[in-house]
Ligand binder design. Structure first.
Ligand code: AHM
Ligand code: MG
Length: 333
């Protein structure tokens, strides 16, 4: 089988759109490059203390900074002066990230630069999540309204997982494709073409220590997933929860399953961020034959009213997400 680099793959996809200008293609390259820089740094994470003791500095001669701050800086710098973006929004930054006037372009990039960063210290997989929209304002610097778009408007979305290997998984609305970084070549190579969530599913992923805060619908749904109570047919899934969204989502995408972080008594809106986490991953889930829901409606139909808005999230195999909706409607009203 011939080896396909991510560059070749993106270019081949671009050729299927005769009207494409190449700007979008280059934006995906920029993200892939930022991913490689972040991957290089995450693989050194465990060495920071040791190297710090011998006075190790990073390449700019600055002291080592926290990895999530570093990842954010890499994403912002890699995308600020390219002429491809109107504006950005990052989970790490309170306000929109303006792009200099002379570098304005037609697209909008939203991202979580390093999700699950509390897992870095214990060498657990973490990830970057991104989504790309077309700007809605006609001219001038991009604005808040360009960022506050529903997931339905996404042109592309993806994530990079920094795990036992680094992978970039993305979709431009034409299936979901996964690429694995070959570190000695510095190239992402096509390793998982046309990913489709397998059926029957294997896993359910939720932080069950919060069960005491959950609604009856969520508890009953969980019992159904476990095969111990409720309606037939029960799927009898195995539990897997890493506590790192990209890693949990990635495993369920490849093995089949559902991840959920519901609303609970502590927070009526759950924990996940609509713009940087729930919407891009739901775009991918749908492209792979699955679904993402807040328990009532598709995540992609929610119009964000603020940048850092949170949402309950049920995401994974279609029948499991639909069943979650059913249990919530039946028991929670
Ligand atoms: P973060 O954006 O602050 O890194 O938090 C998001 C993370 C997700 O990766 C993960 O799914 C979730 O928080 C875990 O939360 P909890 O510890 O409450 O189960
Ligand atoms: Mg996050």
């Amino acid at each position: 089988m011939p080896v396909t680099t991510i560059e070749r793959f993106i270019l081949d996809q671009q050729r299927t759109y005769p009207q494409a200008t190449g700007v979008f293609t280059n934006l995906l390259y920029d993200i892939a490059l930022a991913a490689k820089i972040i991957a290089r740094e995450t693989t050194h994470a465990g060495l920071v203390d040791i190297l710090g003791k011998v006075g190790q500095m990073n390449v700019q001669g600055e002291e080592q900074m926290k990895l999530d701050v570093f990842a954010n800086q890499v994403m912002v710098r890699a995308n600020s002066y390219t002429g491809r973006l109107a504006v950005m929004a990052s989970e790490e930054m309170e306000d929109i990230v303006c792009v200099p006037e002379e570098s304005q372009g037609p697209y909008v990039l939203v991202f979580d630069p390093l999700d699950g960063s509390s897992n870095i210290d214990v060498n657990v997989s973490i990830g970057t999540i991104f989504g790309i929209y077309r700007r809605v304002t006609q001219e001038g610097p991009g604005e808040m309204v360009d960022c506050l778009q529903p997931g339905r408007n996404l042109l592309a979305a993806g994530y990079i997982i920094y795990g036992s290997s680094t992978m970039m998984v993305y979709s431009t609305g034409n299936g979901v494709h996964g690429f694995t970084l070959e570190p000695s070549l510095g190239e992402f190579l096509l390793s998982h073409p046309s990913i489709h969530v397998p059926d029957p599913p294997k896993y359910y992923s939720a932080n069950q220590s919060y069960e005491r805060y959950w609604s009856e619908g969520v508890v009953r749904f969980t019992r159904w997933l476990q095969g111990i109570d409720g309606e037939e047919p029960c799927p009898t899934l195995s539990g897997r929860y890493i506590g790192s969204l990209v890693a949990d989502f990635h495993r369920n995408l490849l093995k089949g399953g559902i991840f959920y972080y519901p609303a609970d008594q502590r927070s009526n809106s759950g924990k996940m961020r609509l713009l940087y986490e729930a919407a891009p991953l739901t775009f991918l889930a749908e492209q792979a034959g699955g679904l993402g829901s807040d328990g009532r409606q598709s995540i992609l139909d929610i119009v964000p009213s603020s940048l850092h808005q949170r949402t309950p999230l049920f995401i994974g195999n279609r029948n499991l997400v639909e069943k979650a909706r059913h249990f919530l409607e039946k028991y929670d009203g």
